[in-house]
Design a protein around this ligand. Structure first.
Ligand code: CP
Length: 294
């Protein structure tokens, strides 16, 4: 039961995952299913939310997390490859491997070499399936259903693994994705509708998500003040969004560029609820993984 992308995850499994998350949210104590088990959390790239939510999920399920953060202190420093690192950790028989990595590690190829489930925790530009799942769960929680929702993704889509996963998930769950942002930030061939202005996009949407401007990739190319003015989630720009619509961001946020700090207090803003839902979704995924492995 690996989750490498969302194309290959059946809708029935997504519905089941969300129903487990509902039960986890409703119950006061977590079911302890993992005593004596370990789960490997291999974060070859930086993370706060994904890493700590998987860790929280492990704690709630009684699973001992085996953590590897970056290369510091591991034999990667001595030149061991990422693939060898994963294969050696897998030989210790964890119940699952959670992996965040760049495009240089081929998770698909790895999953064919090992029998332990791999949960993709952010893989280069390819995808971030658990983020898209927790976003969709947030849509469903606040808007009743994912089907028929209109999600406007704003900003740096070209480099975004979150957007890549939403394109896959939207087809499964029946919500529509549209984009808005500077031409240079959008895919050369957008797979969906593109709005020329933020105002038009916000008026169309039932939920909107700002993406982090990946400053490291756009150095000196854009005036950040112009970006904020045209595409930033500011109180002024968000006047075009309906009162019932949701404001989201996968994090981390460049406050004052793609989203202003006062927007975090807007009742439509669900950014921290996304983070809480991330624990529910990742805990539920681990529960499904353990169940399938029995
Ligand atoms: N949204 C997300 O993946 O955040 P982290 O990089 O902090 O895990």
């Amino acid at each position: 039961f690996s989750i490498l992308d969302l194309r290959s995850l059946e809708k029935t499994k997504i519905d089941f995952l969300f129903s487990i998350a509902d039960s986890v949210a409703a119950s006061k104590s977590a079911p302890i299913q993992g005593f004596g088990k370990t789960g490997a959390l291999l974060f070859f790239e930086a993370s706060t939310r994904t890493r700590m939510s998987f860790e929280t999920a492990c704690a709630r399920l009684g699973i001992h997390p085996l953590r590897l953060d970056g290369s510091a202190g591991s034999s990667l420093e001595k030149g061991e490859t990422l693939e060898d690192t994963v294969l050696n950790v897998e030989a210790m028989k964890p119940a699952f491997l959670v992996i965040r990595c760049g495009d240089d590690l081929d998770l698909k190829d790895l999953s064919e070499k090992i029998s332990t489930p791999i949960l993709n925790a952010g893989w280069g530009k390819k995808g971030h399936p658990t983020q898209a799942l927790l976003d969709a769960y947030t849509l469903r929680k606040h808007l009743g259903t994912c089907s028929g929702q209109k999600l406007l993704i704003v900003g740096d889509v070209r480099h975004s693994r979150v957007a890549a996963s939403h394109f896959e998930l939207a087809e499964k769950l029946g919500y529509e994705v549209a984009l808005c942002g500077p031409k240079e930030f959008l895919p050369a061939q957008p797979p969906c509708r593109v709005f020329a202005t933020l105002k038009e996009g916000l008026q169309w949407s039932t939920a909107t998500m700002a993406l982090r401007v990946q400053l490291e990739r756009h150095e000196n190319k854009y005036s950040l003040a112009d970006y904020r003015d045209q595409y930033g989630f500011t109180a002024k720009n968000l006047q075009s969004l309906s009162d019932q619509a949701l404001i989201m961001h996968p994090g981390p946020i460049n406050q004052g560029i793609e989203l202003d700090s006062d927007v975090l207090k807007d009742p439509r803003c669900k950014v921290l609820d996304q983070v809480s839902n991330g624990v529910l979704i990742r805990q539920s995924l681990i529960q499904m993984t353990l169940k399938e492995g029995e």
